[in-house]
Design a protein around this ligand. Structure first.
Ligand SMILES: [Zn+2]
Length: 399
């Protein structure tokens, strides 16, 4: 069986853009190496997976679907929390958290507390709080972000979020989303915690100092992405593959960790446009010596999409392409390049456009270019995201 290198270029697919001569950023970009991989391999388009509750594909949902784990989807919180190295226990409810600024009436002034850089002292002041038998664990991620775990008996993740996702609105009270005792209890305890955290943060010396300096105090926690943790059968158990992950973004590291992949550390791998692409791709190649399955995730394409920056997206795709130069010569490796979903620059959000796919290492199909349009002419046709892993495994097993 061949080894598998799966490269996910987040939010890669797009719609044609007038200013790029009615081409998508991928079509407009100079991509010699991706084109070479397409020419040496087979192509197709992936239909994005959506959970019934979603209007558009989400990164967490899409990754879980493409790895074939929909029955184990935990919502976003647990993956984010795992990604920053917090350990969860069965029954924990986990959230992603923004340190934000609110006024005395809890009206949001800034969802990111003036993009505060150092929240460690604030996090420290909140650790170990226990309310009605529920323990709260919190850890910083980067910038204004953190992860939060509620640990105790009888918790539910079926509660609303506290983040209204816009300024000028009031931070939302958490409400239960069903009539169960567990949801009611969880909402009640979490509201108490958020109030307590607000009191602690308001009085924190770091925030007093920030106010004096004219910076916004980080005085409130906006929570979202509630998910209940349960053990997930690992990649090894599920597919018999020893798997690892090379990623900068916390969510992707978290998904990988929960699916039992080892995390490969790469210096200056950030999940932003300044990420160490060369280091990541070298690390991915080297990991193939030890692992059967390498999941390599590149994030910034999606971020450019959210910003509507199609020129930035095109340029970043070209930068990725340059660093893929050594790949077409890999022996006995199935190289898969695709995305989790498309992110449309014109809409500044995830969209349902078909996702380009190339699989190099088992036959060719005449497609010589890696793009949304060209891939539609490929031999693999339209594949549902859920059928991608079986297809990859089938091709990897062929001689
Ligand atoms: Zn994504």
């Amino acid at each position: 069986m061949k080894k598998i290198l799966l490269i996910i270029i987040d939010g890669l697919g797009d719609k044609p853009i007038k200013q790029l001569g009615n081409r998508t950023p991928l079509e407009a970009a100079q991509t010699t190496n991706l084109d070479k991989l397409a020419e040496k391999g087979v192509c197709g388009s992936v239909l994005p997976f959506l959970f019934p509750q979603d209007k558009y594909p989400t990164s967490a949902g899409a990754h879980i679907a493409l790895f074939g784990y929909m029955n184990y989807f935990l919502m976003r919180g647990p993956y984010e929390v795992a990604g920053i190295g917090m350990k969860m226990k069965e029954g924990d409810v986990a959230f992603r958290v923004n340190f934000a600024t609110v006024d005395p009436n809890l009206k949001i002034i800034d969802r990111r507390a003036g993009r505060i850089k150092q929240i460690k002292p604030l996090v420290k002041s909140l650790s170990g709080i226990k309310i009605n038998g529920v323990k709260f664990l919190i850890k910083e991620s980067y910038g204004h972000r953190a992860g939060l775990i509620m640990r105790g008996k009888g918790l539910s993740a079926n509660i609303s979020r506290g983040d209204p996702k816009k300024v000028e609105a009031k931070a939302k009270k958490i409400i239960p989303l069903d009539k169960s005792r567990e949801a009611e209890f969880t909402a009640e305890v979490l509201n108490k915690f958020l109030e307590k955290a607000h009191q602690v943060l308001k009085e924190h010396p770091l925030n007093k100092k920030r106010k004096k300096q004219g910076s916004l105090p980080a005085n409130y926690l906006l929570v979202r992405g509630a998910g209940k943790f349960k053990e997930t059968p690992g990649f090894k158990q599920r597919y018999g593959l020893k798997a690892c992950c090379v990623a900068g973004g916390g969510l992707y590291k978290g998904v990988a960790k929960i699916l039992g992949m080892d995390l490969i550390k790469v210096k200056r791998a950030t999940g932003f446009a300044n990420t160490n692409l060369e280091g990541k791709i070298t690390a991915g190649r080297n990991a193939l010596k030890k692992y059967n399955f390498v999941f390599l995730h590149i994030k910034a394409t999606d971020t450019f999409g959210h910003d509507g920056d199609f020129r930035g997206k095109k340029k970043f795709i070209e930068k990725i392409d340059k660093n893929l130069k050594p790949l077409p010569n890999l022996k006995n490796v199935l190289i898969v390049v695709t995305a989790d979903h498309s992110t449309c620059c014109s809409l500044k959000r995830h969209c349902k456009e078909l996702i380009p796919l190339l699989i190099c290492g088992d036959g060719t199909d005449g497609v010589k270019e890696f793009s949304e349009k060209a891939c539609q002419k490929g031999k693999l046709g339209k594949i549902k995201q859920l059928n991608l892993m079986p297809e990859i495994l089938k091709l990897a097993r062929e001689d």
